[in-house]
Design a protein around this ligand. Structure first.
Ligand code: UDP
Ligand code: MG
Length: 325
């Protein structure tokens, strides 16, 4: 699909949009801007930088407004309040006009020098090029451990493969951007959805740098929320586990109760009054547990339907006259 058609008087769309969501990053913005600018100028491609101010309460907006005033390649999308990293990323991608877009953090943890390599891969025909963190510099042991466990767990239970150790730092082709713009689900997990889109994707390794300045905006409570959002959006395994457990309980109870009743029938054992009550409760409890599992199965289907993802995406149609690659 062609990039957005420019309106009369509007500058033609750039080749590359760099989208940077940020919250209260006044300490680092000047450095981020000049570093990214230096690397983008080396590319010799038409580009734009789209900063998304996700409801900052510090001087970030003032700094960015000044950059936009002096530099025609800078655009600043100011959100009305803090909507969170994922939504800020989505807002930035909605405003990106390039033939491709790179998403990166504002704190220089994602090295701008990698953009050149991403563009190279894109020119080779990859629609998504994602950075894979081969090493994390100076992050706390707890953060490294939680990330490690999270990615390995998601790798096992996710319905679509989400590559391990990838952040949001990635390049996407216009085709992918247009599809992503049409996805409406909330909560949305950017990396997961971009994996879900498919097409030709490739990872390139990089060393995750420490923050250039300022402090992380992600508290552990937010990471937990992100993990829960991701699991519920991309895995139906928890519901399946409940169903399997319910069936197992039912089978075990039936075998246990059946054995007791047969022994009682041939008069090998006596069942006291409380034993009959226990068997009754066990039966009722199993019916309840199974009902819960059945409800879960219906809810997971409703949940999938409400995500309103397209049923499938076609990369291309090959016909008699389609030339070979
Ligand atoms: N961020 C955002 N909105 C938020 C929280 C964070 O736009 O509500 C931005 C933040 O400014 C940074 C990026 O998301 O550009 C990643 O956040 P951070 O560096 O704090 O996370 P970490 O790298 O520590 O996981
Ligand atoms: Mg960071």
């Amino acid at each position: 699909m062609a990039p957005h058609e420019p309106n009369p008087g509007e500058t033609p769309p750039p080749v590359l949009s760099v989208v940077i969501p940020l919250l209260n990053e006044e300490e680092v913005l000047e450095q981020t801007y000049s570093s990214i600018k230096t690397h983008l100028d080396l590319l010799a491609e038409a580009y734009e930088i789209v900063f998304v101010d996700d409801g900052s309460t510090d001087r970030s907006r003032i700094i960015l407004a000044e950059k936009a005033r002096l530099d025609p390649t800078v655009r600043v999308v100011v959100l009305s309040r803090n909507f969170g990293h994922e939504m800020a990323t989505t807002a930035g991608l909605h405003h990106a006009r390039g033939e491709c877009a790179v998403v990166m953090d504002a704190d220089l943890q994602d090295p701008p020098e990698l953009i050149a390599e991403m563009m190279k891969r894109w020119r080779e025909g990859y629609q998504v090029v994602y950075g894979v963190r081969s090493k994390r510099e100076e992050e706390s042991a707890l953060k490294k451990l939680t990330s490690f466990v999270f990615y390995r767990l998601m790798g096992k239970i996710s319905d679509v493969p989400i590559p391990a150790d990838t952040g949001d730092f990635r390049l996407m082709d216009r085709r992918v951007l247009d599809i992503y713009a049409k996805l409406e689900e909330d909560p949305r997990f950017f990396r997961g959805l971009i994996s879900w889109v498919g097409f030709r994707q490739i990872g390139i390794p990089f060393i995750r740098q420490p923050r250039a300045a300022g402090r992380t905006k992600y508290r552990y409570s937010r990471l937990l929320k992100l993990a829960l959002d991701t699991i519920t959006a991309f895995s139906s395994l928890p519901a399946l586990l409940i169903t399997i457990t319910a069936i197992l309980c039912l089978v075990l109870s039936a075998v246990g109760a059946g054995t007791l009743l047969s022994l009682w029938a041939v008069r090998l054992i006596e069942i006291p009054a409380w034993g009959w009550a226990g068997l009754g409760f066990l039966g009722l409890w199993n019916i309840q547990f199974l009902s819960l599992a059945i409800l879960g199965e219906y809810i997971i289907r409703t949940h999938k339907h409400t995500q309103r993802r397209p049923l499938f995406l076609v990369e291309r149609v090959i016909e008699h006259r389609t030339p070979n690659e």
